[in-house]
Design a protein around this ligand. Sequence first.
Ligand code: CA
Ligand code: CA
Ligand code: CA
Length: 256
Amino acid sequence: MQSFSIALFTAFVCGVSCNDPPQLQHNYVFDVKENVPVGTIIGRITAVDLDGPQELTFTTSNQLTSEIISLTNPIGSSSIGRSVDMVLNRMLDRELRTDYDLEFDVTDGYNKVHFYVKLFCQDINDNSPRFLSPSYSKAISSRSPVGMIVLIVVASDIDSGLGGQIQYTLESDDASDLTYFFINTQAGLLMTKAPLINILYHEFKMRAVATDGYGLQGSVNVTITVSSYAIPTPPPKPSLVTPSPPPVTGRGFLFG
Ligand SMILES: [Ca+2]
Ligand SMILES: [Ca+2]
Ligand SMILES: [Ca+2]
C-alpha cells in the first residue's frame, strides 16, 4: 500500500514537473491621474499558459497592492490569453506619492509566478497657491523713495509643472491704492510706485494674489501704514553698568 502511494506521488510529480509556468504578455506600466474615482479601471493584465493544469488565476500579493487595487474575475482562455482588469480601490494623491510597484501572483494551479506592475500617478492641478504668512503688514514713512521694497510676499503651490508656477498681483477695493504700490509678478516684491510725501497718515489695505499656471488663486491681506511721523524705533536696552557708590559726606575718622 505504501509503495503504491509512493508510486502514485512520483507519477504525479513527474506529470507536472514539465509543466510550463504562466507567462505575462508584457512588462506592465500604467499611468493614472490622481483623484480619479474609486472603481475606475486603470489597466488590464494578460498572461498565457498553454498546458494547464488549470485556467490561470490572478491575486494581489501584498497589503499595499490590495489597498489600492482589486482584480476583476479573469476572462479568456489561458491557452490564448487570460486577462484581469485592475480596479482602483482608493483615490490617489500625487502630492503624497508619485509611483507604486504593485505586486501580483498568477498561477496555473501548479506554478505560481510573482510579478510587478509599475503604476505612475499623474498630476492634475488640484491645489491653489498658499501664502506662507496669514497676513502681511508694514509701517513706512511718507518720505520713502519710489521703488523701495516695502515687503516680500511668498506663496507655494505643490502641484507640478504649470500648476505649481506662481505669479503675484496686487489688488485693492480702492483702485487709487495701486497708483502708490505694485508687486513684482515673479518674486513677490511689493514696492512703492509713486511719491507718498503728501500722505500724512493712511492705512493702505490691499490683497496680494498668487495665481498658478492654470488660474487657481490664493490671496492674503496686506496692510501698509504710511505716515509722516518718524517710524518708531525700539527703545535702547537698559545699561548693565553698576551704580557707583554715593559720595562720602561729613567728616571721617582716622584710626591708628
Ligand atoms: Ca502551466
Ligand atoms: Ca496635484
Ligand atoms: Ca496649483
